[in-house]
Design a protein around this ligand. Sequence first.
Ligand code: FAD
Length: 258
Amino acid sequence: MKKIDFSKYSSIKIGPVCDVEELDEIKNENEKFFIIGGANNLLISNNPPKLAKLSKKFDYIYEKEGFIHIGAATPSGKILSFCKKRDIRGFEMLQKLPGLLGGLVKMNAGLKEHEIFNSLVSIKTVNDYIKKEDISYGYRKTDIKHIIYEAVFKCEKGFDKSLFEWFETLRANQPTLPSAGSCFKNPKGEFAGRLLQECGLKGFRVGGVGFSKQHANFLANYGDGTFEDALKAIDIAKKEVKTRFDIELELEIKVVGH
Ligand SMILES: Cc1cc2nc3c(=O)[nH]c(=O)nc-3n(C[C@H](O)[C@H](O)[C@H](O)COP(=O)(O)OP(=O)(O)OC[C@H]3O[C@@H](n4cnc5c(N)ncnc54)[C@H](O)[C@@H]3O)c2cc1C
């Protein structure tokens, strides 16, 4: 058991100090926990469910017989540098995309059409490996119900340097204040950021939390933001967009324990 202060650990720097179980082995009883990764996509309430994270034992990456095996506690930066060094393609979008492998797979994280599922083969859960074909997935979503301990990917040669540089350019405009990345998913054929901006919400604040002046779809913590501020801002944004465009914005951020 570890005490984690989510106002420090989470990327949005909001949340309580609470006990988090550290999982060292693969076993059925782990499934009772809400599993966290790097907390880069989470907004944690003051009353969260029982939390757990994978121990360092699951932080590994290796290539074997044409496949890459990655432990679910492996950070995105480590995966990217492994692939860069060995000239492997398919992970270029991990440049400045924070997270641990388990969180990246569960969220089908990515940028534009470059998603982690593109080169996924299977995931290892408590019950064995589940093939990609048996997982339902889409834009920032999967139906994975179990804890992911490892994922296996195709090992395709040819790291795409120009793609990597393009991602780097896109990231240059990303807000630097603490956030959990994009707050809402882009509705089909639309951009959540544009809708928020049209509603006059770019730069709009509730207490210490607000929609970034740089990028309206980034919910930023200006220093003393609280869980309640964040929920209120989200609620106002959803209502404004619904009233003005008749579009229901869907959260990309996961609210935990509310
Ligand atoms: C500055 C910034 C930029 C970002 N840019 C992008 C972007 O371009 N594209 C993008 O897709 N995302 C982006 N994000 C969001 C975030 O990086 C991704 O959602 C990432 O996948 C989160 O990984 P994590 O390990 O932090 O997961 P967490 O935030 O800890 O958890 C996210 C979800 O994954 C689940 N989960 C975590 N570990 C496991 C596991 N081992 N097994 C099963 N489920 C698990 C959790 O239960 C939760 O439902 C950004 C975030 C920030 C702060």
